[in-house]
Design a binder for this molecule. Structure first.
Ligand code: ZN
Length: 431
């Protein structure tokens, strides 16, 4: 049986997540290339990851692994040789997957290659062009207004050529072969909520599980978005995945959002809803839509893996989304700690849920005689709920939902009743 600690240490986890985020922020990540590789190697310092390199051109489902993109430098210089736009200051300044360019051009020639957000004049937008050859610069609207007429020296020192797609995985073996998938994309440069928060939370959860002997087997994937999950699904056996979560956007200070699996009634849907309902924080539970993150691939009809997405504010619904304003100031220790605690509560239910048998089912057993009638009204009620419903039909989660109390309270009652000899956990084949 699991020894995952029930007491969470969200604040400690948040501190570690922020420190990792600080280290990872300057690295220019993409769906392939040295930035992604370096990121995964840093995570490999934290966790015993297996890092996979899948060659460009390999067919994966209906796709192919793309050529590898790397970038060394990029800038727009004025006639005096000053860097007006400098990739070294922020990796968002270049369209991710830009083809190389070195030219002198006028403002009119440069203009179609500039991207800014007039309604958010200080933010640099995040743009990508993975599957369509293009080049361009992203800059704040204020920078754009002050750029002048040129001529400019324009340089993007990048390359797109055959290489590999890098992803990392970690399997924390459990006493059962049934798997719980935790998937996080690792392809976004610079931005903190989307997606350094998800990376950090996955690392912290994996570290915690590695210190335990879990019941389920946990598979962690650190992959580039979309093409990473497609590549993993194409090359690996997913048949043991029974539950899963995509983690992203978990550091902003707003309410939780849980996006359900495609079927909407998977165990993870029930568990995540239960935890959020009892978290004391405001939250929303939303139905699956075929847009968002890698849950789209896992939930595609050929796989039907029950993978939900745990977020705070979802993609596209906060004004800082996919801009330089999604930075380290936008994610808060409190939000990260709360996200970690909720995540651990979800895992705790998967680890500890089960059906029990009341060994004294004819009438209520006398609790006082066993020292079990001296707790609070809530504790006593939890004992009575567990005794009454432990006829081998109802799981602890069923009982918690029926009693409208947090799972942890029912779990504790079951432990006390078991210690008093009044209850016995049914093993898998008895259920
Ligand atoms: Zn994103």
């Amino acid at each position: 049986m699991s020894t995952v600690p029930s007491k969470s240490s969200g604040a400690e986890a948040a501190e570690a997540i922020l420190s990792l985020a600080q280290e990872l922020q300057p690295i220019c990540r993409s769906i392939t290339g040295d930035g992604l590789r370096k990121t995964l190697h840093i995570l490999g310092r934290e966790l015993p990851l297996t890092i996979h390199e899948i060659p460009s051109g390999m067919p994966v489902l209906d796709w192919a692994v793309p050529n590898e993109w790397n970038i060394r430098d990029a800038y727009i210089k004025n006639a005096q040789g000053e860097r007006l736009i400098d990739f070294q200051k922020c990796s968002l300044h270049v369209i991710n997957y830009s083809t190389p360019i070195k030219a002198t051009m006028t403002r009119t020639e440069l203009e179609p290659h500039l991207h800014s957000i007039p309604e958010r004049p200080d933010a640099i937008p995040y743009k990508t062009s993975y599957y369509h050859e293009d080049w361009g610069f992203c800059l704040s609207h204020n920078q754009r207004k002050n750029l002048g007429d040129g001529p400019f020296e324009v340089c993007i020192d990048s390359s797109i050529k055959p290489g590999a797609l890098t992803y990392a995985q970690l399997v924390v073996p459990g006493s059962q072969p049934d798997e719980f998938l935790v998937s996080t994309h690792c392809c976004h440069p610079y931005m903190a909520n989307d997606n350094l928060s998800g990376i950090g939370l996955s690392v912290q959860l994996a570290k915690r599980l590695l210190k335990s002997q879990p019941r389920l087997t946990y598979r962690f994937l650190f992959i580039p978005g979309t093409i990473g999950s497609i590549t993993w699904l194409a090359l690996n056996d997913s048949s043991r995945i029974r539950h899963g979560l995509v983690l992203t956007c978990l550091g902003d200070a707003n309410a939780f959002t849980y996006k359900k699996t495609r079927l909407g009634n998977a165990v993870i849907d029930r568990v995540a809803s239960h935890v959020l309902r009892h978290s004391g924080s405001s939250h929303a539970t939303e139905d699956f839509i075929p847009y968002g993150y890698d849950e789209r691939q896992y939930n595609s009809p050929g796989f039907k893996l029950p993978v939900g997405a745990l977020m705070r504010t979802p993609n596209g619904r906060y004004p800082q989304y996919h801009t330089s304003d999604d930075n380290l100031d936008f994610i808060t220790p409190k939000a990260l700690a709360g996200s970690y605690d909720s995540l651990c509560s979800i895992i705790e239910i998967f680890e500890h849920d089960g059906k029990f048998l009341n060994l004294s089912p004819r009438g209520e057993p006398q609790l006082g005689r066993r020292g079990l009638y001296n707790g609070s009204q809530e504790e006593t009620m939890a004992l009575l709920w567990v005794l009454n419903f432990s006829d081998g039909t109802f799981s602890l989660l069923d009982i918690a939902e029926r009693a409208k109390v947090p799972f942890a309270r029912v779990k504790l009652a079951a432990a006390r009743l078991t210690a008093a000899g009044l209850l016995r956990r049914l093993v898998e084949n008895e259920q």
